[in-house]
Design a protein around this ligand. Structure first.
Ligand SMILES: *Cc1c(COP(=O)(O)O)cnc(C)c1O
Length: 460
């Protein structure tokens, strides 16, 4: 049996001595010590010192149905006993992956009826790269290989997903451009608050969308395969494009025969108040990437959805020489099915759209109106970014050295609230099951942490 009875200090020591963490400086983290999370229920997690912490991030944007749901747990238990694993390579299939595909065709936007499974969002985006190049090759345009994305986009951490993404510090792991593959290009992001200058949001949104056209013309439309974007950028800081942005992107993709991939890994499964962010933002993509909320993080699973016209080309194009040992893993698929039923049976999408989403945003808007270091709040549904500023009138944010985001995040840590700092924004993305009373607690704690941050910088 695994020994769960260790003290916090013992766990931290073992963690430092044997476990290397993602997106962390091993030495600094080893000296500081990790926080050891031991259990969870509903919207709360507990650490090894028995602190009860409100999880304002739903894990990593993924625990959409909240923790401890017996429906998902029992689905996993049943499927493990029935058939814990079988592959789908050798002309074999299994009921959970078939049923999940059918269910996805019901909840995804119209025209999405075919699904390919992977183990993570990163793998799913790798799959997009491979299938899209295959698609253009079948269509007799093998030169169409280049992908265009945006600076500060997040599409995952494998080599292809890192390259699709726009995080400079990830591209430069392994030296300048050391993690950036050829064939991946980036344009500006539609982040008006920081980059819009004197333009109106509408003018700025149009300008940023037109950078896509400029880039396509520069590269030659006959070499561009696809444009990929999150409907609302998540890890970049919850960036909602101005209303002019998406229609222009859509027009440009159509004009130059470029595929449009919506990375719905965060926006999917109710986060923005619709099943998919594409519906919230009025986008008609050719492909959608799903992960996180697909299983509420209970087990790793991801999928890409293919629009009918896209699939029709693959269907007749010969072998798809791609797949993973765990593509359509039966237990993960069974959990994803239970998760989708849970979202449906509890009307979570409608609840986010009509009740808890507006309630959260009304509370956050109050901070914009009253708090000296809150410049704006962005987001839709249960997804929000609080922009920290030194001066509201001039939209002056804190510098990277001042790093108000990390200062505020540390205050959240000591006040038993999980809010993530991204640059100079604080991120909120709680379970979709969060109640109004829990949202009140979240807002009250957030205010305490913002006050403390304001005092640290002598701004209040
Ligand atoms: C998290 C995320 C990914 C990567 O998913 P992993 O499961 O971590 O590989 C891809 N795209 C977006 C938009 C994400 O937020």
């Amino acid at each position: 049996m695994m020994n769960f009875n260790r003290t916090t200090a013992q766990w931290q020591e073992l963690d430092r001595d044997h476990h290397t963490h993602p997106f962390s400086d091993p030495k600094a983290l080893g000296e500081k010590g990790t926080r050891v999370i031991t259990k969870a229920e509903g919207s709360y997690i507990w650490d090894s010192d028995d602190n009860k912490i409100l999880d304002g991030m739903a894990g990593l944007w993924c625990v959409n149905v909240g923790y401890g749901r017996t429906e998902l747990i029992e689905a996993a238990d049943r499927q493990m006993r029935q058939l814990p694993y079988y592959n789908s390579f050798f002309q074999t299939s299994n009921p959970p992956q078939i049923e999940l595909s059918r269910l996805l065709s019901e909840v995804t936007p119209e025209g999405f009826n075919h699904f390919f499974f992977a183990g993570s969002g990163s793998e799913a985006n790798d799959t997009n790269v491979r299938l899209v190049r295959h698609y253009w090759d079948i269509k007799g345009q093998p030169k169409k290989k280049t992908f265009i994305s945006r600076h500060n986009a997040y599409h995952g951490s494998t080599l292809a997903a890192t390259s699709l993404g726009g995080m400079g510090y990830m591209h430069n792991m392994g030296g300048e451009g050391g993690s950036l593959l050829p064939g991946f290009e980036h344009i500006g992001q539609p982040f008006w608050y920081l980059e819009g200058g004197d333009m109106t949001p509408e003018e700025f949104g149009l300008m940023r969308a037109q950078e896509l056209e400029t880039k396509i013309l520069e590269l030659g439309a006959d070499s561009v395969a696809a444009f990929i974007a999150e409907p609302i950028q998540g890890a970049g800081g919850v960036i909602v494009p101005p209303a002019t942005y998406w229609p222009e992107i859509q027009r440009i993709c159509k004009k130059y025969d470029i595929l449009l991939i919506a990375d719905e890994v965060i926006c999917g499964f109710g986060r923005t108040g619709n099943w998919f962010g594409s519906e919230t933002m009025g986008i008609k993509p050719d492909l959608i990437t799903m992960a996180k909320g697909l299983s509420s993080g209970y087990l790793p699973i991801a999928a890409i959805g293919m629009q009918d016209d896209f699939f029709a080309v693959l269907n007749g194009g010969g072998d798809i020489n791609h797949g993973y040992t765990y593509s359509g893993h039966p237990v993960a698929s069974a959990v994803a099915i239970a998760n989708i039923h849970y979202i449906r049976d509890h009307n979570l999408v409608e609840k986010v759209r009509e009740d808890t989403g507006p309630y959260l945003h009304a509370g956050l808007q109050h901070l914009v109106d009253s708090h000296p270091i809150v410049g704006e709040v962005r987001g839709r549904g249960l997804m929000a970014g609080i922009q920290l500023v030194k001066d509201k009138a001039s939209r002056t944010t804190f510098s990277g050295d001042e790093d108000a985001g990390t200062v505020c995040r540390d205050h959240c840590f000591s006040n038993n609230l999980i809010m993530r700092g991204v640059g100079q924004s604080m991120i909120i993305s709680p379970p979709l099951t969060i109640s109004r009373i829990e949202i009140d607690e979240l807002l009250a704690k957030a205010k305490i942490c913002l006050d403390a941050t304001g005092r640290d910088f002598g701004l209040m």
